[in-house]
Design a binder for this molecule. Structure first.
Ligand code: SAJ
Length: 454
């Protein structure tokens, strides 16, 4: 049975393999977390409901090929047996000093938070929770959800009391998908617990394992509020950039040129307009705060409006595609439209809530023959389409090229070569501010870009 560890003893206990850590959920956050704690000496048991993920981890294999540095760490963890994975949660959890919840928190169609995975993990954990252990929630949730939902479930299942018999702490993940290992080594973690002694041991654990000074905050809801604040700050600023883009297109002003000029001022933080905001985080996180706000009788208008603006951008991109094709003397219906990049952001293999999916769906509805090429999904089936294995194959005989993701491979497109591959006169629509409008027009394309001068 785990006992309440002293914070100052943590670094040496960790180094000497005396600390048992369970990580619930071995996805894009859980697997790197488990691997990093294992490297630091933790005896880590990863728990996942997917057998293939468990088997892969135990065999030292890692499918997150777009996370530099992770595969080596998983291999090392499996080789040393500091990292083992299981589907048998009670066995892993009953002996753990620390249990870290890293399960997804998407939103339902109704735009309300789906905390079902966190609830399920809390019920499972509560049944096996040992006195003196610490439950750490890394999943992103609304402020108050850890205290108000996770805590009561754990108490109900264990018969023990938060803060007296076991610890409950929020340490929301802050890692940038695609750069997670780098972030883990450099980004301070924000940690807030129910009761300072539990916060102490958690701060000691993360500082010892990650080697980065942690930021202590008063309680879990403050830690969760901080996580949402940094993500919603980004979402709202992207919405502002998108609003400028919609406006400047009408005024004949180039938004990218404007942002470039504004970036010369010390307190201007550049965000860019585009085809839309995707991923498991930004399109969902706002609704955690909106739902807590509504419960508290305060509706956050700006945050909600920002979501509406960002959610509008895929449709606006389809309007630009229609305009550009018309300028080329063609229509969407019957045209071959090649989408370059479907991932929700550059250089990662992830299409969760990607704005490109809605663009593809609308173009198909309008009768276009849609193809896509994405270096992260060569030849793979997505959105009812089979990805092309080369850029050239996708562009060949196309009536319109649409840039959906700013992958590195598209950073230096050979516009002249593309103009020879497509069925001229053709259109090129830039949804990620990647190409120079002048260069594209010079070789004969009809050009449109989000926020660019038409
Ligand atoms: N985007 C724009 N314009 C911009 C920046 C981004 O349209 O100026 C779009 C991207 O193309 C993408 C979406 O927004 O579709 C989200 O991009 P992102 O870079 O925010 O990537 P995420 O969602 O993978 O990661 C965010 C990060 N949050 C912040 O930077 C504040 C990451 O650090 C978080 O850990 C992550 O959310 C998370 O897990 O919450």
């Amino acid at each position: 049975m785990p006992s309440h560890l002293a914070a100052k003893a943590i670094p040496s206990l960790l180094r000497h393999g005396k600390i048992r850590i369970a990580v619930i959920g071995l996805g894009r956050i859980g697997l790197p977390t488990a691997a990093v704690f294992a490297r630091a000496g933790g005896m880590v048991t990863g728990v996942d409901v997917k057998k293939d993920v468990v088997d892969d981890t135990n065999a030292g294999r890692c499918r997150l090929s777009d996370e530099p540095g992770l595969a080596d760490l998983v291999r090392e963890g499996a080789r040393t047996r500091n990292l083992v994975a299981t589907m048998d949660a009670p066995q892993a959890l009953s002996k753990a000093n620390f249990a870290i919840i890293c399960v997804p928190t998407p939103v339902y169609e109704t735009k309300t938070p789906d905390y079902s995975a966190v609830q399920k993990a809390s019920h499972t954990l509560g049944k096996s929770l040992g006195r003196g252990s610490v439950v750490i929630v890394e999943s992103t949730v609304g402020p108050g959800v850890v205290e108000g939902m996770v805590g009561p479930i754990l108490e109900g299942e264990s018969g023990m009391k938060v803060g007296r018999d076991f610890g409950l702490v929020a340490c929301p993940e802050r890692s940038d998908p695609g750069n997670i290992m780098q972030n883990m080594k450099s980004l301070p973690r924000i940690i807030g617990g129910v009761g300072s002694s539990w916060t102490d041991v958690t701060v000691a654990l993360y500082e010892a394992a990650l080697g980065v000074k942690a930021i202590r905050v008063s309680d879990p809801k403050t830690a969760n509020a901080a996580k949402l604040t940094e993500n919603l700050f980004r979402d709202v600023n992207i919405a502002l950039a998108n609003e400028f883009a919609l406006l400047f297109e009408e005024l004949g002003v180039d938004t990218v040129e404007v942002i470039g000029a504004c970036s010369s001022k010390y307190n201007f933080l550049a965000h860019y307009p585009g085809i839309g905001v995707g991923g498991p985080c930004l399109p969902a996180n706002s609704y955690y705060l909106i739902s807590e706000g509504i419960k508290a009788g305060n509706i956050p208008y700006l945050i909600r409006m920002a979501r509406e603006i960002n959610d509008r951008m895929p449709d606006h991109t389809v309007e630009l595609i229609e305009e550009a094709l018309n300028e080329a003397g063609k229509t969407v219906g019957g045209s071959k439209i090649a989408i370059l990049g479907v991932a929700y952001k550059p250089n990662i293999k992830d299409v969760q809530l990607t704005p490109v999916e809605r663009v593809i769906g609308k173009l198909k509805e309008m009768g276009a023959r849609v193809e896509f090429y994405d270096p992260m999904f060569k030849g793979e089936e997505l959105f009812g389409l089979k990805g092309k294995s080369t850029l050239e194959a996708a562009a060949k005989e196309a009536d319109c090229l649409v840039i959906g993701t700013a992958h590195d491979e598209f950073k230096h497109l050979d516009i002249e070569e593309l103009s020879r591959l497509v069925r001229m006169r053709a259109a090129l629509v830039d949804g990620r501010n990647l190409v120079s409008p002048a260069e594209v027009r010079k070789v004969g394309f009809a050009f449109r870009g989000v926020g660019r001068r038409p």
